[in-house]
Design a binder for this molecule. Sequence first.
Ligand SMILES: Nc1ncnc2c1ncn2[C@@H]1O[C@H](COP(=O)(O)OP(=O)(O)OP(=O)(O)O)[C@@H](O)[C@H]1O
Ligand SMILES: Nc1ncnc2c1ncn2[C@@H]1O[C@H](COP(=O)(O)OP(=O)(O)OP(=O)(O)O)[C@@H](O)[C@H]1O
Ligand SMILES: [Mg+2]
Ligand SMILES: [Mg+2]
Lengths: 259, 259
Amino acid sequence: TPDILAIANQKGGVGKTTTAINLAAALVEAGRSVLIIDLDPQGNASTGLGITQELRQKTTYDVLIDGSPLAAAIQTTGIEGLTVAPASRDLTSADIELITRDRRLTLLKSAIATFVTTAPPSDYVLIDCPPSLNLLTLNALVAARGLLVPLQCEFFALEGLSQLLMTVREVRRTANSGLRLTGVVLTMHDSRTRLTQQVEQDARTTLGDLVFQTVIPRNVRLSEAPSYAMPVLQHDSASKGSAAYRALAQELMAADRDP
Amino acid sequence: TPDILAIANQKGGVGKTTTAINLAAALVEAGRSVLIIDLDPQGNASTGLGITQELRQKTTYDVLIDGSPLAAAIQTTGIEGLTVAPASRDLTSADIELITRDRRLTLLKSAIATFVTTAPPSDYVLIDCPPSLNLLTLNALVAARGLLVPLQCEFFALEGLSQLLMTVREVRRTANSGLRLTGVVLTMHDSRTRLTQQVEQDARTTLGDLVFQTVIPRNVRLSEAPSYAMPVLQHDSASKGSAAYRALAQELMAADRDP
Ligand SMILES: Nc1ncnc2c1ncn2[C@@H]1O[C@H](COP(=O)(O)OP(=O)(O)OP(=O)(O)O)[C@@H](O)[C@H]1O
Ligand SMILES: Nc1ncnc2c1ncn2[C@@H]1O[C@H](COP(=O)(O)OP(=O)(O)OP(=O)(O)O)[C@@H](O)[C@H]1O
Ligand SMILES: [Mg+2]
Ligand SMILES: [Mg+2]
């Protein structure tokens, strides 16, 4: 069965989508197959891979709200081995629509479970979450085996981490005992600034080995790539952003070998 | 009565909190009095002004959920003329808790209306919103007379704007006919990058005069200031960040004079 990772952090703009897209591309380059599930109503992961609003037939909204099979929402990207279940703007009201449902926390988990029995599963499933600890993110945490937390090297970044980790503990206790924290990855790392050094020191002191050795540097190529509807590995393979996500993929695959 | 502005954009990390804190400080420096209402469960605006979790007595959660008077939640900051109603982590579940309430969209509006009859009102009320179009942001849009949208100079930034503007139209139609778009302010502007030039050109072409002339440059002083629990105007008055927010305050006050 696939390694299902939620990429979550309720702090906004920390690099969740950038990590989902580029880590996926690096895993595929290393020979793995990857499905990205876009749970963010903004649909940035879908757009960043060239799947514009008009191209989206079935979306993750249909999967969660109407019970459409996940397989019907999955589309190919221009990259062999990388597929996406795109988001829909309608996900904005998912919280309100799901609140009265019985199994509102396990809708995604069941959709993935059905999918892996009917189709050849991918090696990895990466779930891009919205910047909120809402029912969409909770669905991802219940469906996932691991949580990958992008942590921006900024002052506000550490503030929300304890609430996220408390939510993970709660999910593990009540709905998904197998959920573990796969790791925290430092993003927009700029070693010239005092702030980056402070956040990195704080994170490594508090979280130790849970923080990946690989850091993702601030790199304009990463923010340009989505405007070309491709990961940075395809947009500029020689960039620092590409090198960093390749290193992250290697670290993740090594961790999977000896958990 | 005060000019009530919601600072909102469901895209995460675009500078909502940074704008709330520093625009408030610049308005106060120009002789106005300002109340910041922190509606984000992360509470970054509260922390960025020195009001840590431990210092928070009554919060905006108590105001919305328990009907506590807004006046009871308001605290002073180290800056004369600048007050804050801090957030609480419990706001994370506000959506779920408010969903069954009758007047769930007008709770903040009524709380502010009561407050201004009992206390000397501020000149401005700035409402810092979470990165989501949830009931918290909707409460801000219903209570506000204007909406200030920070727009990051990045590719994903424009993608969510149309959904935000549609939400504003819907709120104006159903719950707050006086709501207008005060303006869009370009943030983390770096004129050296092609991406910034593209986003600025797109925004000014599409939105015209709705985009403030003032742009907020990417400036490390802005991201450092919260770690000193003060606005950038106090942390480094001579910085580009301080100059930009002073200019934005001037532009906003001029617009208020001849709407
Ligand atoms: N390492 C980096 N260097 C430079 N820019 C980056 C980097 N990582 C992300 N970005 C840019 O920063 C912005 C925020 O990143 P991204 O959208 O991936 O964050 P997010 O956590 O998914 O945001 P949201 O909370 O809105 O979902 C984007 O415009 C992205 O292109
Ligand atoms: N002009 C700027 N130059 C440099 N850094 C900035 C600037 N504006 C904001 N920042 C930094 O970028 C990060 C995101 O800004 P901020 O937290 O204000 O955004 P936000 O929209 O409030 O985020 P959220 O969606 O999580 O509420 C913060 O760490 C902040 O210090
Ligand atoms: Mg995202
Ligand atoms: Mg904020």
